[in-house]
Write a protein that binds this ligand. Sequence first.
Ligand code: ZN
Ligand code: MN
Length: 265
Amino acid sequence: MDKSVFLEDMDAFAYRDALSSGEAIVLIPVGSLEQHGTHLPLGTDTILSRHFAEGVARRLGALVAQPIAYGYKSQQKSGGGNHLSGTTSLDGTSLIAMTRNLVKSFLKQGVRNVVFVNGHFENYQFLYEGIDLALEESGIGPGAKQSVLLLSYWDFVSQDTLAQVYPDGFPGWDIEHGGVLETSLMLHLEPARVAMDRLVDGPAAVLPRFDRLPVVPERTPATGCLSSAAGSSADKGGLLYDQVVADLALDLVGELALEPAAVPA
Ligand code: ZN
Ligand code: MN
Protein backbone atom coordinates (compact mmCIF):
# COMPACT_ATOMS: atom_id res chain seq x y z
CA MET A 1 0.00 0.00 0.00
CA ASP A 2 1.15 3.54 -0.76
CA LYS A 3 2.25 5.60 2.20
CA SER A 4 -0.78 7.60 3.36
CA VAL A 5 -0.73 11.38 3.03
CA PHE A 6 -3.57 11.70 5.57
CA LEU A 7 -2.80 12.95 9.08
CA GLU A 8 -5.53 10.69 10.41
CA ASP A 9 -3.37 7.70 9.44
CA MET A 10 -0.11 9.03 10.93
CA ASP A 11 1.14 8.68 14.46
CA ALA A 12 2.22 11.80 16.33
CA PHE A 13 5.92 10.92 16.19
CA ALA A 14 5.96 10.44 12.43
CA TYR A 15 4.07 13.75 12.17
CA ARG A 16 6.69 15.53 14.30
CA ASP A 17 9.41 14.09 12.09
CA ALA A 18 7.60 15.47 9.06
CA LEU A 19 7.48 18.92 10.72
CA SER A 20 11.13 18.91 11.80
CA SER A 21 12.42 20.24 8.46
CA GLY A 22 10.37 23.41 8.94
CA GLU A 23 9.14 22.96 5.36
CA ALA A 24 5.94 20.94 5.90
CA ILE A 25 2.83 21.74 3.89
CA VAL A 26 -0.60 20.76 5.22
CA LEU A 27 -3.66 20.79 2.95
CA ILE A 28 -7.10 21.13 4.55
CA PRO A 29 -10.06 20.02 2.40
CA VAL A 30 -13.25 22.03 2.99
CA GLY A 31 -16.70 20.89 1.95
CA SER A 32 -20.29 20.78 3.17
CA LEU A 33 -23.14 18.48 4.12
CA GLU A 34 -25.59 19.56 1.45
CA GLN A 35 -28.30 18.10 -0.77
CA HIS A 36 -26.99 17.34 -4.26
CA GLY A 37 -30.09 16.07 -6.02
CA THR A 38 -31.34 12.52 -6.33
CA HIS A 39 -28.13 10.96 -7.60
CA LEU A 40 -25.26 12.33 -5.44
CA PRO A 41 -24.55 11.98 -1.72
CA LEU A 42 -24.82 14.81 0.82
CA GLY A 43 -21.06 14.68 1.34
CA THR A 44 -20.18 15.38 -2.30
CA ASP A 45 -18.33 18.68 -1.70
CA THR A 46 -16.25 17.20 1.12
CA ILE A 47 -15.55 13.97 -0.76
CA LEU A 48 -14.33 15.87 -3.83
CA SER A 49 -12.18 18.41 -1.98
CA ARG A 50 -10.54 15.52 -0.08
CA HIS A 51 -9.70 13.77 -3.35
CA PHE A 52 -8.20 16.93 -4.85
CA ALA A 53 -6.15 17.51 -1.69
CA GLU A 54 -4.91 13.92 -1.78
CA GLY A 55 -3.86 14.09 -5.44
CA VAL A 56 -2.00 17.36 -4.93
CA ALA A 57 -0.39 16.20 -1.68
CA ARG A 58 1.01 13.10 -3.41
CA ARG A 59 2.68 15.27 -6.03
CA LEU A 60 4.12 17.72 -3.51
CA GLY A 61 5.02 15.40 -0.68
CA ALA A 62 2.52 17.32 1.46
CA LEU A 63 0.06 16.13 4.13
CA VAL A 64 -3.73 16.25 4.21
CA ALA A 65 -5.51 17.16 7.46
CA GLN A 66 -9.03 16.23 8.51
CA PRO A 67 -11.55 18.01 6.28
CA ILE A 68 -13.92 20.69 7.46
CA ALA A 69 -16.96 18.59 6.59
CA TYR A 70 -19.69 21.24 7.19
CA GLY A 71 -19.90 24.44 5.19
CA TYR A 72 -21.43 27.89 5.28
CA LYS A 73 -25.17 28.03 4.49
CA SER A 74 -26.14 26.82 1.07
CA GLN A 75 -27.44 29.74 -0.97
CA GLN A 76 -30.30 29.39 -3.43
CA LYS A 77 -28.32 30.77 -6.37
CA SER A 78 -25.35 28.45 -5.87
CA GLY A 79 -26.49 25.42 -3.85
CA GLY A 80 -30.27 25.31 -4.04
CA GLY A 81 -30.78 26.92 -0.65
CA ASN A 82 -30.40 26.25 3.05
CA HIS A 83 -34.10 25.44 3.44
CA LEU A 84 -33.72 22.01 1.81
CA SER A 85 -33.54 19.09 4.20
CA GLY A 86 -30.24 17.27 4.22
CA THR A 87 -28.42 20.58 3.92
CA THR A 88 -26.85 21.10 7.34
CA SER A 89 -24.72 24.21 7.64
CA LEU A 90 -22.63 26.42 9.87
CA ASP A 91 -23.18 30.11 10.58
CA GLY A 92 -20.48 32.34 9.12
CA THR A 93 -19.11 33.05 12.61
CA SER A 94 -18.72 29.31 13.29
CA LEU A 95 -16.84 28.66 10.06
CA ILE A 96 -14.62 31.69 10.64
CA ALA A 97 -13.85 30.49 14.17
CA MET A 98 -13.05 26.96 13.05
CA THR A 99 -10.77 28.20 10.27
CA ARG A 100 -9.01 30.58 12.65
CA ASN A 101 -8.48 27.77 15.21
CA LEU A 102 -7.02 25.40 12.61
CA VAL A 103 -4.65 27.96 11.11
CA LYS A 104 -3.33 28.98 14.52
CA SER A 105 -2.81 25.35 15.58
CA PHE A 106 -1.01 24.22 12.44
CA LEU A 107 1.22 27.28 12.27
CA LYS A 108 2.08 26.95 15.96
CA GLN A 109 3.06 23.32 15.40
CA GLY A 110 5.57 24.50 12.82
CA VAL A 111 3.75 23.88 9.53
CA ARG A 112 5.27 26.24 6.93
CA ASN A 113 2.25 26.50 4.62
CA VAL A 114 -1.38 25.67 5.24
CA VAL A 115 -3.44 25.30 2.05
CA PHE A 116 -7.25 25.27 2.16
CA VAL A 117 -8.70 23.27 -0.75
CA ASN A 118 -12.31 24.43 -0.96
CA GLY A 119 -15.11 22.41 -2.58
CA HIS A 120 -18.25 24.37 -1.52
CA PHE A 121 -18.99 27.67 -3.27
CA GLU A 122 -20.38 29.52 -0.23
CA ASN A 123 -17.39 28.93 2.06
CA TYR A 124 -14.78 31.13 0.46
CA GLN A 125 -15.03 34.51 2.19
CA PHE A 126 -15.49 32.96 5.62
CA LEU A 127 -12.33 30.90 5.16
CA TYR A 128 -10.55 34.06 4.05
CA GLU A 129 -11.68 35.91 7.17
CA GLY A 130 -10.65 33.06 9.50
CA ILE A 131 -7.20 32.94 7.92
CA ASP A 132 -6.78 36.70 8.13
CA LEU A 133 -7.75 36.83 11.80
CA ALA A 134 -5.44 33.92 12.67
CA LEU A 135 -2.45 35.55 10.99
CA GLU A 136 -3.13 38.85 12.69
CA GLU A 137 -3.39 37.16 16.09
CA SER A 138 -0.24 35.12 15.42
CA GLY A 139 1.74 38.22 14.45
CA ILE A 140 2.46 36.86 10.96
CA GLY A 141 2.76 39.62 8.37
CA PRO A 142 4.16 40.18 4.87
CA GLY A 143 7.58 38.60 4.36
CA ALA A 144 7.06 35.87 6.98
CA LYS A 145 8.20 32.36 6.15
CA GLN A 146 4.88 30.86 7.17
CA SER A 147 1.80 31.52 5.05
CA VAL A 148 -1.67 30.25 4.23
CA LEU A 149 -3.14 29.69 0.77
CA LEU A 150 -6.82 29.50 -0.09
CA LEU A 151 -8.31 28.16 -3.31
CA SER A 152 -11.43 26.56 -4.79
CA TYR A 153 -10.61 23.61 -7.02
CA TRP A 154 -12.89 24.64 -9.93
CA ASP A 155 -10.81 27.79 -10.48
CA PHE A 156 -8.11 25.49 -11.90
CA VAL A 157 -10.28 23.97 -14.64
CA SER A 158 -8.75 25.13 -17.94
CA GLN A 159 -10.67 26.56 -20.90
CA ASP A 160 -9.60 23.55 -22.88
CA THR A 161 -11.07 21.13 -20.34
CA LEU A 162 -14.26 23.21 -20.10
CA ALA A 163 -14.74 22.98 -23.86
CA GLN A 164 -14.42 19.20 -23.70
CA VAL A 165 -16.66 18.72 -20.66
CA TYR A 166 -19.37 21.13 -21.89
CA PRO A 167 -19.51 20.76 -25.68
CA ASP A 168 -22.87 22.63 -25.71
CA GLY A 169 -21.59 25.58 -23.65
CA PHE A 170 -20.67 26.10 -20.03
CA PRO A 171 -23.58 27.06 -17.70
CA GLY A 172 -21.40 28.90 -15.10
CA TRP A 173 -19.80 27.77 -11.85
CA ASP A 174 -22.55 29.05 -9.57
CA ILE A 175 -25.23 26.76 -11.00
CA GLU A 176 -22.84 23.83 -11.33
CA HIS A 177 -24.50 22.26 -8.29
CA GLY A 178 -25.17 18.55 -8.70
CA GLY A 179 -24.43 19.12 -12.39
CA VAL A 180 -21.98 17.73 -14.94
CA LEU A 181 -18.79 18.75 -13.10
CA GLU A 182 -19.55 17.22 -9.71
CA THR A 183 -21.30 14.17 -11.18
CA SER A 184 -18.48 13.40 -13.61
CA LEU A 185 -15.86 13.77 -10.88
CA MET A 186 -17.84 11.46 -8.59
CA LEU A 187 -18.27 8.91 -11.41
CA HIS A 188 -14.50 8.92 -11.86
CA LEU A 189 -13.46 8.94 -8.19
CA GLU A 190 -16.34 7.31 -6.28
CA PRO A 191 -18.59 5.46 -8.74
CA ALA A 192 -20.20 3.35 -6.02
CA ARG A 193 -21.51 6.53 -4.39
CA VAL A 194 -23.37 7.78 -7.50
CA ALA A 195 -26.89 6.60 -8.44
CA MET A 196 -27.16 7.41 -12.17
CA ASP A 197 -30.41 5.41 -12.35
CA ARG A 198 -31.96 8.07 -10.08
CA LEU A 199 -30.74 11.05 -12.14
CA VAL A 200 -33.49 13.47 -13.18
CA ASP A 201 -32.75 15.41 -16.37
CA GLY A 202 -34.43 18.79 -15.92
CA PRO A 203 -33.88 22.31 -17.26
CA ALA A 204 -31.31 24.57 -15.58
CA ALA A 205 -32.60 26.84 -12.81
CA VAL A 206 -33.70 30.34 -13.80
CA LEU A 207 -32.63 32.61 -10.96
CA PRO A 208 -32.93 36.37 -10.43
CA ARG A 209 -29.92 38.69 -10.34
CA PHE A 210 -30.62 39.41 -6.66
CA ASP A 211 -30.82 37.34 -3.49
CA ARG A 212 -34.16 37.35 -1.68
CA LEU A 213 -34.51 36.36 1.98
CA PRO A 214 -36.44 34.40 3.03
CA VAL A 215 -36.00 32.42 -0.17
CA VAL A 216 -38.80 31.66 -2.61
CA PRO A 217 -38.53 27.84 -2.48
CA GLU A 218 -40.15 27.31 -5.92
CA ARG A 219 -37.16 28.97 -7.56
CA THR A 220 -35.05 25.90 -6.80
CA PRO A 221 -35.82 23.06 -9.24
CA ALA A 222 -37.60 20.15 -7.53
CA THR A 223 -34.53 17.95 -8.10
CA GLY A 224 -32.36 20.26 -5.97
CA CYS A 225 -29.87 20.45 -8.86
CA LEU A 226 -29.36 23.86 -10.47
CA SER A 227 -28.29 22.38 -13.79
CA SER A 228 -28.73 18.95 -15.31
CA ALA A 229 -26.14 16.24 -14.81
CA ALA A 230 -27.14 14.53 -18.05
CA GLY A 231 -24.00 14.23 -20.16
CA SER A 232 -21.81 13.38 -17.17
CA SER A 233 -19.26 10.61 -17.55
CA ALA A 234 -16.38 9.02 -15.72
CA ASP A 235 -14.13 9.96 -18.66
CA LYS A 236 -14.99 13.65 -18.22
CA GLY A 237 -14.35 13.25 -14.50
CA GLY A 238 -10.94 11.73 -15.16
CA LEU A 239 -10.04 14.55 -17.53
CA LEU A 240 -11.16 17.19 -14.98
CA TYR A 241 -9.43 15.55 -12.05
CA ASP A 242 -6.10 14.94 -13.75
CA GLN A 243 -5.92 18.41 -15.31
CA VAL A 244 -6.85 20.22 -12.09
CA VAL A 245 -4.46 18.22 -9.90
CA ALA A 246 -1.59 18.76 -12.35
CA ASP A 247 -2.15 22.53 -12.69
CA LEU A 248 -2.85 23.06 -9.01
CA ALA A 249 0.31 21.18 -8.02
CA LEU A 250 2.32 23.18 -10.56
CA ASP A 251 1.00 26.49 -9.20
CA LEU A 252 1.90 25.48 -5.65
CA VAL A 253 5.40 24.37 -6.67
CA GLY A 254 5.95 27.79 -8.21
CA GLU A 255 4.36 29.80 -5.43
CA LEU A 256 5.99 27.94 -2.55
CA ALA A 257 9.35 27.57 -4.34
CA LEU A 258 9.39 23.80 -3.98
CA GLU A 259 12.01 21.61 -5.59
CA PRO A 260 10.59 20.61 -9.00
CA ALA A 261 12.06 17.16 -8.24
CA ALA A 262 9.37 16.78 -5.57
CA VAL A 263 6.82 16.55 -8.36
CA PRO A 264 6.74 13.20 -10.12
CA ALA A 265 6.22 13.55 -13.87
ZN1 ZN B 1 -21.39 20.57 -4.51
MN1 MN C 1 -21.82 23.05 -2.29
